[in-house]
Design a binder for this molecule. Structure first.
Ligand SMILES: Cc1cc2nc3c(=O)[nH]c(=O)nc-3n(C[C@H](O)[C@H](O)[C@H](O)COP(=O)(O)OP(=O)(O)OC[C@H]3O[C@@H](n4cnc5c(N)ncnc54)[C@H](O)[C@@H]3O)c2cc1C
Length: 245
């Protein structure tokens, strides 16, 4: 009998980049500081997003009419309806956050990409997901996609209890809503890693993510193959994206 098992491997897929004209078709406040915008357009007919970790370039005019680009996570795609939903963390200032705050049904924008997908297998024994409000869309999507045969530990740092949400998931999930970065780091350090083979995904503010990564690698001794950490934004910088793994 052949007992050889296939190792779990992250698969990378490239996509042809298309620019898609879209129009806001629905605006929903999903938390105190979170706004869900659904975009509609015939150009979305062949939109593809294979991973919760994907991002698109959201292209929109700023207050002076200049085209600005920012990265956002495709949260939900409905091919039948030609609709794509993104969720915007509302923070103090920024062209994208300002645009989202004033968006109405009929507001126009352009979506480019995703240019690639990193498909992380779902059949690990466990998943550890770490992030702040900017990562909540990706975490929400991942939890929805995970099967009932796995478990997920989720650490989310939020500034307002009004941003807590009920996740949809068939997996066995354990969610901690954490009020500060210092507490996030303390809880991560104190976390007893589950047994079995797992994958850890983390995204959020750049300096916090550097620290998260060093704890995962140096203190938790996680293999770099079972880990993805990304800076989704950086305190004091505009349009910042860095992969830390
Ligand atoms: C792969 C990827 C996927 C992403 N997915 C999402 C997503 O689905 N939803 C989402 O909301 N964000 C997401 N982000 C983060 C988003 O792209 C940034 O927050 C972006 O900088 C926001 O643009 P802005 O024009 O509002 O602010 P910017 O002009 O970029 O920045 C203005 C100021 O706001 C600060 N700032 C920027 N972002 C934040 C924040 N999140 N919280 C607090 N302060 C901030 C900056 O430090 C700067 O001082 C993602 C980023 C990446 C790289």
């Amino acid at each position: 009998m052949d007992t050889k098992t296939t190792p779990r491997e992250v698969q990378r897929v490239r996509h042809e980049i298309k620019m898609r004209d879209v129009t806001v078709s629905r605006v929903t406040q999903t938390g105190t500081n979170m706004l869900s915008l659904t975009f509609k357009g015939e150009a979305l007919a062949d939109f593809v997003s294979l991973s919760f970790d994907d991002h698109i370039k959201f292209i929109f005019p700023d207050a002076s009419g200049e085209a600005v680009r920012r990265d956002y996570t495709p949260v939900d795609y409905d091919k039948q309806r030609r609709e794509l939903t993104l969720e915007f963390a509302l923070h103090a200032e920024g062209a994208a956050t300002d645009w989202a705050r004033q968006a109405k049904v009929g507001s126009q924008a352009v979506i480019a990409g995703p240019k690639g997908s990193m498909i992380i297998p779902k059949d690990y024994d466990w998943h550890l997901l770490i992030g702040d409000l900017s990562a909540l869309p990706a975490i929400t999507r991942r939890l929805k996609e995970l099967p009932a045969t796995t478990r997920a530990l989720v650490l989310v740092q939020i500034n307002h209890v009004g941003d807590m949400r009920q996740f949809e998931s068939t997996a066995d999930i354990d969610v901690k809503w954490i009020p500060s970065t210092a507490e996030l780091i303390a809880q991560l350090r104190a976390l007893e890693m589950p047994v079995g083979e797992g994958y850890t995904w983390a995204a959020g503010e750049g300096n916090t993510m550097k620290l998260v990564r060093s704890i995962l690698v140096e203190e938790k001794k996680l293999s770099k193959d079972a880990l993805r950490v990304a800076a989704y934004w950086k305190q004091g910088a505009s349009d910042f994206h860095e992969r830390l793994d």
